[in-house]
Structure formats: structure tokens, C-alpha cells
Design a protein around this ligand. Structure first.
Ligand code: G1P
Length: 292
């Protein structure tokens, strides 16, 4: 079955990003010249996914506005003959993009957020994209596109992983691959997965980094998932159950990811994306040279 929808859980309050996230959603913070969430939506489009389901909160209305048509602004740019800017504006919400939103009234965890999307996703496989994470494109290849293709071939969930230092495994979901190493772009059945293990109990240093392709069955499993790490309903715990049913694969990303939910990860993403911005890269490189 084809994967046509991506669920983006954006209800989180972004306390790691205060004070920037006090009055604007952390997903709307700018990396170079676009809000973080726009990169994520463009990543979905590049993977052939055009239906975005936001699991959101009353304080996050700016995200829906960003993907809506701004008629007044368009009319004004049109009147002034600002065609290039008009195109930039229209590209934020291309005609083939469909964005719907559902509310997560109470913050009960990532698993609960995903479960809130059930009425919209229905009985179909879907992607989950955590909006704090930017996945670097590798020579025009789409990791998420490869993951959906592999799901369509095998019917098995695909969970994106990346190596992290062992000192950091306690911040992630960590997969057990029975000691096997994954090559970039490779998928392999995982034997177990555990949410935020202490370093001495981590089955590996292969951490889940915020992209998932999941079968609809995950909703039944989430419905029965009790609070786990941090007292929250964890998506990882439902995936651990899925392993016992149809299995689930870890997929190693081709390049790397950036955690824009942390201040230093955000700064690194800003540097990396500025250095490959089509219009700004060369001036930015010169600027950087003056500071180093
Ligand atoms: C969530 C997931 C975790 C994953 C991480 C990636 O944790 O629960 O499994 O490794 O995202 O960013 P959070 O960062 O929301 O605590």
C-alpha cells in the first residue's frame, strides 16, 4: 500500500528553545531564510508525500497560517509586479500540498500525539516526521523516499537511525541490531528497541532520529501502550510491540541529521544550510572566514 501521508507532531511547547519559543512556535524559528518546518514539509514533498497531518496545539496557529494562502500579500505583490517574490510565497504552499490539523489537547507523549492523527490517517500506512529534526539531503536522494519504497516492498516499518556517541544514547530511542552495522541507505530487521536507555543498558549506539514509516497497525498498539520513559506514552514502546507482530526495520540515513530542538544543533544547521544556500553561500563563506 502506498504511503501518501506524513504526520508531524507539532504540539510540543518547545521549552528547550526558550526564550525564542515563548510567543512563536519553535517550528517557525528560521534556519537561514525559512522556518524549520518548511524544510520538513519540503522533505515530505521530495519523497512524494503531499498530505501533511499536523498534530498541533492552540498556541501553534502560525504553523497552519504559514501553509495557507496569504491572499492579501499575494494580491499586493501581484499589483506591484514582484513576480519573483510572489513565486517564493506560492512555493511555501504549492497547489499539490494538502495540510490538515488535529489538536492534541493534553501533552501525554509522542505516542499519544501520533494516536491523535488516527481519525485522519485511517487504515493506511504513513510517515512520521519530527519537526525539530532536519535530514540532510544526500546528492539529491531522498531518505524518506527510500524508506517508503522499502515499506511498500516489504510491508515492514522503517525507522531511521543514526550513530550517536554513547554519552548521548539516554536522549534517544535506541535499536538492537544484534551487533550488526548498517551501511548508509541500508535497512535491517531490529530485534528490539528501547526508549532513552541508560548508557550501560543501551543495546547499541544506533539512535532513532525522527523519521518513521509505519503501518496502520501501530494505532491499535498505541491504543494499548501505557506510559513509559518519562511517564509519557512512547511511540518507541508501540514499535517494540510491532517487532513481535510483523517486524520492523532500522534504516540508516544516507548523510546526517541536525537536531534543531537544541540550541547548538540549531546553530550547526544554520551554518550548514547557509553554506549551501544557492544565493547566500559564497558571501556567507567569506563572512565566516572573518570570524574564524
Ligand atoms: C523522541 C523519540 C525518541 C527519538 C527522538 C529523536 O524523543 O521519543 O525515540 O530518538 O525523538 O529526536 P524526544 O526528543 O521527543 O524526547
Amino acid at each position: 500500500m502506498k504511503v501518501t501521508k506524513a504526520v508531524l507532531p507539532v504540539a510540543g511547547l518547545g521549552t528547550r528553545f526558550l526564550p525564542a519559543s515563548k510567543a512563536i512556535p519553535k517550528e517557525m524559528v528560521t534556519v537561514v531564510d525559512k522556518p524549520v518546518i518548511q524544510y520538513v514539509v519540503e522533505e515530505a514533498l521530495a519523497a512524494g508525500i503531499h498530505e501533511i497531518v499536523l498534530v498541533t496545539h492552540s498556541s501553534k496557529k502560525a504553523i497552519e497560517d504559514h501553509f495557507d494562502t496569504n491572499y492579501e500579500l499575494e494580491a499586493e505583490l501581484e499589483r506591484r509586479g514582484k513576480d519573483a517574490l510572489l513565486q517564493v510565497l506560492r512555493d511555501t504552499a504549492p497547489a499539490n500540498l494538502k495540510v490538515t490539523a488535529v489538536r492534541q489537547g493534553t501533552a501525554l507523549g509522542l505516542g499519544h500525539a501520533i494516536y491523535c492523527a488516527r481519525p485522519i490517517v485511517g487504515n493506511e500506512p504513513f510517515a512520521v516526521m519530527l519537526p525539530d529534526v532536519l535530514v540532510e539531503e544526500s546528492e539529491g536522494q531522498s531518505d524518506l523516499g527510500l524508506m517508503t519504497k522499502r515499506f511498500e516492498e516489504t510491508g515492514r516499518a522503517q525507522i531511521m537511525v543514526e550513530s550517536v556517541p554513547y554519552e548521548l544514547v539516554h536522549q534517544y530511542g535506541v535499536v538492537d541490531l544484534d551487533g550488526a552495522q548498517l551501511q548508509p541507505g541500508e535497512s535491517r530487521l531490529m530485534t528490539q528497541v528501547v526508549e532513552k536507555p541508560p548508557r550501560n543498558e543501551a543495546p547499541s549506539n544506533q539512535a532513532i532520529v525522527g523519521r518513521y514509516v509505519l503501518p496502520a497497525r501501530i494505532f491499535d498498539l498505541l491504543a494499548d501502550t501505557r506510559p513509559g520513559a518519562g511517564g509519557e506514552i512512547q511511540l518507541t514502546d508501540a514499535i517494540a510491540q510491532l517487532i513481535g507482530h510483523e517486524g520492523a526495520d532500522a534504516y540508516r540515513l544516507l548523510a546526517r541529521s541536525y537536531d534543531c530542538g537544541s540550541k547548538i544543533g540549531y546553530l550547526e544547521a544554520t551554518l550548514a544550510y547557509a553554506l549551501r544556500h544557492p544565493q547566500l553561500a559564497s558571501e556567507f563563506r567569506a563572512l565566516l572566514a572573518r570570524y574564524t
